[in-house]
Design a protein around this ligand. Structure first.
Ligand code: GTP
Ligand code: MG
Length: 268
């Protein structure tokens, strides 16, 4: 970890507390400075943690330079590429250790507009989890190729039906979590490496009774750098959603069977 500059007054948002924006990075050298500048301009009272997986393109060093000039920016250096989910879990742990009340998930590539952040934080006043949603009324997706649109639409439809979650954008990665709500979730059980992490956390939060709210965002295709999306990541998401769906149905069936047996036992 690096980046200790000057005195940094702690700012508590009314109704939310101290907020940390976690930005995972892997080879985002061209994106990390602009995204941090945009976050700082859009929400000057929040802190930023860049969770870099030892990017070969030098993103970590650029992040260090940002942290050296801005006391609200910190860097978590991780030894190597371990996936988005692992980077976020490390960021959540970092936030918890330092007494933050809420964490924001945001991509580094500009797809998640920092200018939408104030609306997400405002919505978190009445929610445990806020999802910046691409698939609710008022949302916009800009410049995405048809195959990505279809993948996201179909993936979300599958997650929603298979898992019975009332969430339109369960794969979306622009979120606010209250850390107190995450206390009710066994983060140690999270097994996703790639983007199924977002679905897994949605599912666990929903099962834990979290108040989940979706706020429309304008989502844009990344402007610079290369996507880390791969067929392996898509396959992992499909596979895990299917496994969770089977597990949920088995559990529901067991409840029905045990409930019926319990009912019979009460009769003479
Ligand atoms: N620390 C870390 N960050 C990662 C890893 N994989 C992806 N990221 C970051 O996670 C964010 C999302 O990754 P993207 O490649 O933009 O994935 P995506 O948004 O689904 O795909 P595109 O829309 O094609 O860009 C970016 O900030 C990446 O740099 C990883 O293994 N470790
Ligand atoms: Mg992206």
């Amino acid at each position: 970890m690096s980046g200790a500059v000057g005195v940094r007054p702690q700012v508590r948002r009314p109704g939310l507390g101290r907020v940390l924006v976690v930005i995972p990075t892997y080879n985002e050298a061209d994106n990390v400075s602009p995204i941090v500048a945009r976050v700082r301009a859009a929400a000057p009272d929040v802190d930023v943690l860049i969770a870099d997986d030892n990017s070969p393109d030098g993103t970590g060093a650029i992040a260090d330079a940002l942290a050296a000039t801005d006391a609200r920016v910190r860097v978590l250096h991780r030894p190597g590429k371990q996936g988005l989910g692992a980077a976020y879990l490390a960021g959540f742990g970092w936030a918890r250790e330092r007494g933050y009340d809420a964490v924001v998930e945001m991509d580094a590539d500009g797809s998640h507009a920092p200018e939408d952040l104030p609306r997400l934080l405002a919505a978190a006043g009445d929610a445990d989890v806020v999802i910046g949603s691409r698939w609710c009324r008022g949302a916009k997706v800009v410049d995405w190729p048809l195959r990505r649109l279809l993948l996201s639409r179909c993936g979300n439809l599958y997650a929603r039906v298979a898992l019975g979650m009332p969430v339109a954008d369960a794969t979306g990665g622009y979120r606010v979590y209250r850390l107190a709500a995450l206390d009710a979730v066994d983060l140690g059980s999270v097994c996703s490496q790639g983007y199924s992490f977002q679905v897994e956390l949605s599912r666990l939060a929903h099962r834990a009774g979290a108040r989940i709210v979706e706020v429309p965002i304008t989502f844009a295709e990344r402007e610079r750098g290369a996507s880390k999306m791969s067929p392996v990541i898509v396959a992992e998401a499909l596979w895990r959603i299917s496994v969770w769906a089977v597990q949920d149905r088995r559990a529901a069936w067991r409840r029905v069977v045990h409930g019926a047996r319990g009912g019979q036992a009460r009769w003479p």
